[in-house]
Write a protein that binds this ligand. Sequence first.
Ligand code: FAD
Length: 426
Amino acid sequence: MPALTHSLSRRALLTGLGTLAMPALVRAQAASAHVVVVGGGFGGAAAARHLRLYHGTLRITLVEPAARHYTCAFSSHYLAGLRDWESLGHGFDALRAMGIDVVHAAAVDVDPVGRTIALSDGQRLVWDKLVLSPGVDMRWGQLAGYDAQASMHAPHAWKAGAQTRLLREQLQAMPDGGTFAIVIPPSPYRCPPGPYERAALVAHYFRAHKPRSRILLLDAKNDFSKKPLFLQGWKALYGDMIDWRSLDDDGQAVRIDALRREVETASGALHHAHVLNVIPPQKAGWIAERAGVTDASGWVPVKATNFESRQQAHVHVIGDASIAAPMPKSGASANSQGRLVAAAISAELQGQAAPQAWYTNTCYSLIGPEHGISVAGVYRAQNDRLLEVAGAGGISPLDAPAWFRAAEARYGAAWYTAIGADTWGH
Ligand SMILES: Cc1cc2nc3c(=O)[nH]c(=O)nc-3n(C[C@H](O)[C@H](O)[C@H](O)COP(=O)(O)OP(=O)(O)OC[C@H]3O[C@@H](n4cnc5c(N)ncnc54)[C@H](O)[C@@H]3O)c2cc1C
């Protein structure tokens, strides 16, 4: 039996002692409660940091294998040569300085009933509350021919790291006049506008370095986030360089030959690319499945009020892994959910009223260095469902003047700096 007992279980037992004694007891227990956060990306790091801001004495452990987290957000800027690799990296020293115990290991097993978690370094931690923000894993094999091995030839680059660098190397080595193809999955997937921003920024790179090249988007959908703005921006900046094929226009890929860099679409047509970027269907990071919180969709159903799992009490799942529609799977959403969950856990442990569940998302996309567009939304819980608040968000206007697009490009860069500080503390 681990030495650390469950503060909340103790609290449940102590309710028999009478309500007058409760506040002091709850405060005493909160001081010794332990919250374990898995994943040091947008969701997990934001949750850990805000837990500390809300609660000075809570024991907080953040479990993340990487010494630095490299963001997918702005990774297409790196592909286009607009940012260097290290500018995407975020270390954990600022969180450590706040008294958060950062453990560089992977979570390998979760016992949601005994409230323990096993780590790859052999440790087993006991927790009172668990926050999971493991991001996504790929559904290898769902798209015929595309598995982990195939991604070494036709990278997905949908998790920032070696895959992103491989794609950049391939783009740099591609001959002028070549074809860069992106295979885009059906929804839901990480970062709905991400593939379209990637197409734009690679077009920017091609225009300067390989102007006879073309970009082919093979899409399993007919519609996508900020579509009119992307179509207008692509045309204005890159003419006909980007060729988007929708589902109705035979865009759906059904088979990949990664070695030959070939894509077969639903009609049987074959497309050959010099560089092939396959974004496969995705699911919640596998530790969520291991914790018993995923459903048949592969994602995690959660309560709208505090992102607690609908299957396991005291386990909160945030970020891309959760089912949070209409919120998109974005870094901004994950950060917002992490902040709310931190407030909710902190309030519960201190015997305070639960916070009102409001969330936000702001998503900037860059079409060229001086051409930014954005969409923003505000969401709230009502009858345990997430609803978008009508009139509270918005999208960039079509036909905006150049100064407006340039300003949005600057706001996007400022957003990245600000959310980095809010999430990792630097
Ligand atoms: C090309 C691209 C562009 C994007 N652009 C934007 C953008 O401009 N704006 C925006 O808001 N969003 C953007 N996104 C989306 C954004 O990256 C994700 O939505 C966001 O990272 C989700 O946060 P998360 O915490 O769920 O997952 P992540 O940020 O991926 O963090 C998950 C972390 O969990 C860790 N982990 C996984 N499993 C375990 C385990 N078993 N044990 C311990 N740790 C584990 C991982 O190492 C990782 O560090 C983009 C995505 C892509 C692919």
